[in-house]
Design a protein around this ligand. Structure first.
Ligand code: NAD
Length: 287
């Protein structure tokens, strides 16, 4: 029997609605409009599209949005000064630096991202937020893995006691995903490029998350019958053709539930960013 398809748009709509509701509540209760500032350096066309999407999403939900466009040649000092200004701004509750950065400052990425006030770090990349997540404290959590967790919960997929296997150990997806599932009492295994006998591990997964960045890496013989398969991968194999890390057509015949690409996890990220801006604002008001 073919798997249940977990459509990203359904979940993203629910997450956006929740963000909008909480944003309105903040305005009614405290007279505060949550605000997001996105800094983009240079002319990367894909980055420009992502930034525009974030801005439009904010506008649709009544979240204040500022886009700061710096030239391709901007220095590290200029960017840090901009972050300092936004850290001090009362109108801004969330700050995001769109990646990748141009060559001359790419090597300073860690220093630049850590200049963001952890309370305004809506990407959840700052070590303070990473530490909070790992130690089970309230944190701003990276949007993509957080969206995956919330989708599993909303879809009613059992997590407590489940065997969860994550392929990929990046700071952006794999590691936070593992900590989120662990916090929900899954038994978590993280696999990576040095993992031996990968198939033996993935075959035991009730929940399998693929965050590898390789087209159709997860094949049907790697998946347990009835498992939930979350495909985080986005791989462009032709100018207009995106595929995930999972061989969707064949894996859907084995899995119990599966996310498609496109139309799956990719749609959750901006919706979760909206939630993070509202969460950051709520946390700053609690102080
Ligand atoms: P990354 O390159 O930082 O990490 C890839 C991981 O895959 C590494 O930890 C590596 O050890 C592992 N890996 C590589 N080859 C492997 C192998 N043969 N066997 C087992 N593990 C292997 O990538 P990332 O930033 O985590 O992104 C992963 C994918 O998710 C990419 O396709 C990316 O485009 C996509 N992504 C999507 C979203 C979204 O949906 N919004 C957000 C972030 C990333």
């Amino acid at each position: 029997m073919s798997a249940r398809i977990l459509e990203g748009k359904t979940f993203a709509a629910a997450f956006r609605e929740e963000a909008g509701k909480r944003a309105r509540a903040l305005q009614e209760k405290h007279g505060v409009i949550p605000g997001l500032a996105v800094i983009i350096v240079g002319e990367n066309p894909a980055s420009k599209v992502y930034v525009r999407n974030k801005h439009n999403s904010c506008e649709a939900l009544g979240i204040y949005s500022e886009v700061i466009e710096l030239p391709e040649t901007a220095t590290k000092e200029k960017l840090l000064a901009e972050i300092d200004r936004l850290n001090a701004s009362d109108k801004i509750h969330g700050i995001l630096v769109q990646l990748p950065l141009p060559k001359q400052i790419a090597s300073c990425e860690v220093e630049i991202l850590q200049r963001i006030d952890p309370q305004k770090d809506v990407d959840g990349f700052h070590p303070v937020n990473v530490g909070r997540l790992v130690t089970g404290q309230k944190a701003l959590i990276p949007c993509t893995p957080h969206g995956c967790l919330k989708m599993l919960q909303l879809a009613g997929i059992p997590i407590d006691g489940a065997n969860a296997v994550i392929i990929g150990r990046s700071n952006i997806v794999g590691k936070p995903m593992a900590h989120l599932l662990l916090a929900e009492n899954a038994t978590v295994t993280i696999c990576h490029s040095h993992t031996k006998n990968l198939k033996e591990v993935t075959k035991k997964a009730d929940i399998l998350v693929a965050a590898v960045g390789r087209p159709k890496f997860v094949t049907a013989d790697m998946v347990k019958e009835g498992a939930t398969v979350i495909d985080v991968g986005i791989n462009r194999i032709a100018p207009k053709k995106l595929v995930g890390d999972v061989d969707f057509e064949n894996v859907k015949e084995v899995a119990g539930a599966i996310t498609p690409v496109p139309g799956g996890v990719g749609l959750l990220t901006v919706a979760m960013l909206m939630q993070n801006v509202v969460t950051a604002c709520e946390m700053q008001l609690e102080k």
